[in-house]
Design a protein around this ligand. Structure first.
Ligand code: CTP
Ligand code: MG
Length: 225
């Protein structure tokens, strides 16, 4: 089974406060983005990687590509202001595609096993995303800081990437969002708006997103395990 993946690395990593794009933070001597790309480079099902980058960081990424060659990157794509714009640019750069995955460059611990479950599900159903059951108790809280409701947890999932779709579904969802100026936080939220059922594939808690500084401590501990 084959797929193409859009890997997003065009953010600024503001919440990480590293003074640079968090993709360049080194874990065990290698930048985060190289860890992430290596998973797809090694996956025989992955046909092509579209790496989406910030125009201003083109030279840094070119240098990285020189130092750690990733054969499946045929070209780098320039991202946009919002994550959704970056995905759109990745999507429109694909020549032809069947199953498309969208993955955050800041999630280096995705496993090939989960990717394969996801791709099979998307091929069968059209749209599938990776998630894990929520572990904490979740409450709805008013603006004044008072609990309004404890939300029933068994139906709550934390959603990660990759998210996988048949190309035509994802393209239609993005085109509609663009036309209506809708900005979502993930691809699935756009696909939900065109009423295509989005299926969940249970993933792993290890596939967390490197977002704030303590995530780096966690990532290092995880790699040493
Ligand atoms: N991303 C992107 N283009 C954007 C914004 C984000 O390609 N305009 C990418 C990031 O590089 C990251 C992924 O989307 O791999 C998930 O976004 P997030 O964790 O929010 O990363 P950043 O936007 O870089 O971080 P922050 O929001 O803290 O600035
Ligand atoms: Mg962001």
């Amino acid at each position: 089974m084959n797929y193409q993946v859009i890997v997003l690395a065009a953010g600024q990593g503001k919440r990480m406060k590293a003074g640079k794009n968090k993709q360049f933070i080194e874990l065990e001597g290698k930048p985060v983005i190289i860890h992430t790309l290596s998973v797809f480079e090694a996956d025989p099902w992955c046909m092509e990687i579209k790496l989406v980058i910030n125009e201003k960081e083109k030279d840094i990424f070119k240098e990285l590509q020189h130092q750690y060659p990733v054969q499946k990157i045929k070209e780098m794509v320039i991202g946009g202001e919002e994550r959704q714009d970056s995905v759109y640019n990745g999507l429109t750069s694909l020549q032809s595609a069947e199953i498309v995955l969208v993955h955050d460059g800041a999630r280096p611990f995705i496993s090939q096993e989960v990717i394969h479950h996801l791709v099979k599900k998307a091929a069968k159903e059209g749209a599938a995303i990776v998630g894990v059951p929520v572990k904490d108790t979740i409450k709805r809280v008013s603006k004044a800081g008072v609990v309004e409701q404890t939300v029933e947890r068994s139906s709550l999932w934390s959603i990660q990437t990759p998210q996988a779709f048949r190309y035509a579904i994802l393209k239609e969802a993005h085109d509609k969002a663009k036309a209506e100026n809708y900005l979502g936080t993930d691809e699935a939220s756009l696909v939900e708006r065109i009423h295509v059922p989005v299926h969940i594939v249970e993933g792993e808690y290890e596939n967390f997103k490197l977002t704030t500084p303590e995530d780096i401590i966690l990532a290092k501990a995880f790699l040493q395990k």
